[in-house]
Ligand binder design. Sequence first.
Ligand SMILES: Cc1ncc(COP(=O)(O)O)c(C=O)c1O
Length: 473
Amino acid sequence: MGSTKPAKERNAALDRAHDIARAFLDSLPNRPVGPRSTFESLVQSLGGPLPESGDEPARVIEALNEAVEPGLVGSAGPRYFGFVIGGGVPAALAADWLTGTWDQNAALNIASPAAAAVEAVVAEWIKELLGLPMEAGVGFVTGCQMANFSALLAGRHGVLAKAGWDVEELGLQGAPEVHVVIGEEAHATVLSALRLLGLGEARAVRVAADGEGRMIPGALKAALAPLGGPILVAAQAGNVSTGAFDPLDEIAAIAHAKEAWLHVDGAFGLWAATDPARRGLLRGVEDADSWATDAHKWLNVPYDSGIVIVKDRTNLNLAITKSAAYLIRSSTEARDNHDFTPESSRRARGFAIWAALKSLGRAGVSDMVNRCCALALRMAARLREGGVIILNDVVLNQVLARFTPRDGRDPEAFNRAVVARIQSGGVTWASGTRRHGAEALRISVSNWSTTAEDIDRSADAILAAVRDEDRLA
Ligand SMILES: Cc1ncc(COP(=O)(O)O)c(C=O)c1O
């Protein structure tokens, strides 16, 4: 018996998607890294009236590719250094394709034992790899924003429960005040988590940081001294600009002397634990109460993939409990994933993480982290040789570069112009920022496929952009 029409149409669409995917991946090492189209023209290509009737799946896939291709960014490729964006190691990418195909609802064990089991296994592997307490609970969320939110949610539960307040039942109105203490350079997503949690961004006490963005322990001690009752402290492992680490061992001792909950935002920095040469940067990390990180950054799992880890898992479980008669819980010790994430129905993120860890192994993850750091140092050295100022101490994978015009041009405008020139040049892509009031270029080396040759080509393109901009004067 031949295939039915729907099966034929489905297979034709999948075949077309497969061909398009392979062509895209093959193009990554050589395609212009930045986009070749604008938002407006992409909207025009994709838009038009809502179709009245449907089209064949393969034709839809073809049309989608044609419309969006010029607007795609080569961020999965080897010379993209914007923000902190990892690529996708092949096994994780392939597993991610299957995740869509299998279309499992990862919320409940009864809805997908496979999705529950893979998250149970991956949770153990991640804790072991990152050197975190093995009793901790682990949830698989969209990204570090949600991981920070979920961890601080657990922390909010923990400190208020200790004060005799049931925040889930009673809310924050009338609750004992929760003091929040964060570093001056806490990531924007920690601030938005505080907003979402009803704790307020402006109420957080900001602790002074040093030139690299590291929280100063003495300043933390002074900030905590007048505070009593429930306290949340959020520290950072891996500053988004400099890559610097808060001194976690000292911070943990100071925070715990005040019985505070200590959270560590380690979106990419937690992965330094896998590299023996950099593990020391995380000294004391295991003494925290919660951690947030991403698999879509330095584990190079395709988007989206964030991880929340809470030492006393009951704080996470109780902060997010959901129940209804039809949400049938696992009757055994088996895991129900929705006990660990604010989301209910969601994608089965564990499969791609499992595939990444299985294909890389402990040694492969360690090599990838170590290689990215070595390549960041190479980039810094190449740029320095070309007269560029490197603003940060390159301890990890982040490089901050500042350009100096030869003539009397406004240095801020010059830096902005060089960044725009680099971004439109096509060879490489990195994003701009302001550091201590001055414009700078941020370079984040986070991709498994980046080679020394990619760094050299990119450094040459950056130096050429500086020269070309200088010539304009
Ligand atoms: C330190 C830090 N925390 C949190 C985040 C937010 O991560 P995501 O965009 O995956 O939510 C980032 C992103 O770069 C980060 O560097």
